[in-house]
Design a protein around this ligand. Structure first.
Ligand code: ATP
Length: 239
């Protein structure tokens, strides 16, 4: 039996009177890549923000390794091992690549030797960032900035890494490279929650997927089966 990392039950979230999530049930097991599909405004980002305690939750439960997250604040949740790479790569453009990475360790205090090990690990996964470690963040290409945003999240040693639209605005070749890295992270036993407009690319690396429509889960299953599901093909795969 796969070890459960997250169990979301009957979750509803809102912004004022806008109900953004309605009675959502989601499970994520250790070492899985779980993809969330859905049109603009379906509630994908809201789900990630709800997990991080950044949105008002009306009802429901978010169990993370058996612990209830609902009611906790972001600054309590992040150190528990959950990291979000938000849409639109929020890196520090005035700081060097390496300083950007060091900031990733701030929320999880540990011995300095461990930080050094993590930096080495991250540079191994992203050799291009190593080559550019002294360059200012703002001078990196779009793809490199996205890699830096992910690398910085890895510096906090997340158990669950949440990626919001990592391929946004990237050339297809870079998307391929990035998704190769995400797959590689899974092989190292990281658990990934992936939101993507590029559903074909997401389903190709995901184990399972959920479809969100108007704040509700309308379909879920193995990613492989979703790729051949006629409804999914029509709605999300351009077929
Ligand atoms: P996209 O792919 O466009 O990013 P999404 O699936 O991530 O979409 P969300 O950003 O989660 O969608 O938005 C879900 C719903 O909540 C939308 O109707 C949106 O307008 C609304 N919403 C999101 N953020 C806020 C906010 N800060 N205040 C009010 N309404 C919001």
């Amino acid at each position: 039996m796969a070890e459960n990392i997250m169990k979301i039950t009957n979750l509803s979230s809102s912004y004022g009177n806008i109900k953004a999530l309605k009675n959502i049930d989601i499970e994520i097991n250790k070492g899985e890549i779980v993809s969330l599909l859905g049109a603009n405004g379906a509630g994908k980002s809201t789900l990630m923000k709800s997990i991080l305690g950044m949105v008002h939750i009306d009802e429901g439960s978010i169990l993370y390794k058996g612990q209830e997250l609902v009611g906790k604040k972001s600054h309590e949740i992040v150190p528990m091992g959950i990291s979000l790479v938000p849409e639109g790569r929020k890196i520090f453009i005035e700081l060097s690549v390496e300083k950007n990475l060091e900031i990733g360790t701030f929320f999880r205090k540990r011995p300095p030797e461990r930080d050094k090990e993590l930096l080495d690990m991250v540079y191994k996964v992203f050799p291009r960032l190593y080559e550019r470690r002294n360059q200012l963040g703002g001078t990196l290409s779009g793809g490199e900035q996205q890699m830096l945003a992910i690398a910085r999240a890895l510096m906090s040693e997340p158990v669950l890494l949440m990626l919001d639209e990592p391929s946004l605005g990237l050339a297809p070749k870079i998307v391929g490279e990035l998704f190769g890295i995400i797959k590689q992270l899974r092989e190292e036993n990281m658990t990934v929650l992936l939101v993507e407009q590029n559903a074909t690319a997401a389903l190709a690396i995901a184990d399972r997927a959920y479809v969100l429509e108007n704040g509700r889960i309308t379909l879920s299953g193995a990613a492989r089966e979703m790729l051949t599901n006629p409804e999914i093909k029509r709605m999300y795969l351009g077929g």
